[in-house]
Design a binder for this molecule. Structure first.
Ligand code: GAR
Length: 208
């Protein structure tokens, strides 16, 4: 059984999708053992507590820079004996201290079809604002491994979602969460926990 540590910053609907998937046996061979939040007020912490999952708070604001924050996260991950780290709405970029130590063991969910609308500065509603302002007819979600470059690690799963004429960033965000993120994130976690993801030439493939 693999220890899954989930990093959050906000509402935690993706965390909830993982908790529900674990309960419903959609996640095989993995257990959420700890939730770490960069934000002391994140509602995600309440979701974890309601489900008797250990929580830790490492406020981003208490650290002067990304490198010192990342070192604190690295110590926490080591202490929790994380086999898999899931960034579920985690709004802080991690330095290479963490991404190298946990290479191909950190996955992130991004609310667009990478390589569109991704990288530094594209997070949360900003991603959907950019998609609407470009006028794309499909957006979606991507689950990928995390490496040294924001949103550039090997893609594990993607799912497209139609953009509607009258969408606002909020309505598009909701549809992408419901129709893509909450489905492919638990799927990718389960695949990882069953050792069903292989890496070849820096790309991720699902084993048959
Ligand atoms: C989700 O849409 C997630 O994909 C996005 O923030 C939202 C968090 O919601 N993450 C990013 O933009 C990271 N670059 P949640 O807290 O309810 O899961």
């Amino acid at each position: 059984m693999k220890n899954i540590v989930v990093l959050v910053s906000g509402g935690g609907t993706n965390l909830q999708a993982l908790i529900d998937a674990e309960k419903n046996n959609i996640i095989k061979n993995g257990k959420i053992t700890c939730v770490i939040s960069s934000n002391p007020d994140a509602y995600a912490l309440e979701r974890a507590e309601k489900n008797n999952i250990k929580t830790r708070v490492l406020p981003r604001k208490q650290f002067p820079d990304c490198v010192s924050y990342s070192r604190a996260i690295l110590s926490a991950l080591d202490e929790e004996k994380a086999d898999l780290v899931v960034l579920a709405g985690f709004m802080t970029i991690l330095s290479e201290d963490v991404t190298k130590a946990y290479a191909y063991r950190i996955i992130n969910v991004h609310p667009a079809l990478i390589p569109s609308f991704c990288g530094a500065g594209y997070y949360g509603l900003k991603v959907h604002e950019a998609a609407l302002s470009y006028g794309v007819k499909y957006s979606g979600a991507t689950v990928h491994f995390v490496n040294e470059v924001a949103d550039a690690g090997a893609i594990i799963l993607q799912k497209p979602v139609e953009v509607m004429k009258n969408d606002t960033p909020e309505t598009l965000q909701k549809r992408i969460m419901e129709q893509a993120e909450w489905i492919i994130l638990p799927q990718a976690v389960s695949l990882f926990c069953q050792d069903k993801i292989e890496i070849s030439n820096g790309k991720a493939f699902i084993k048959e």
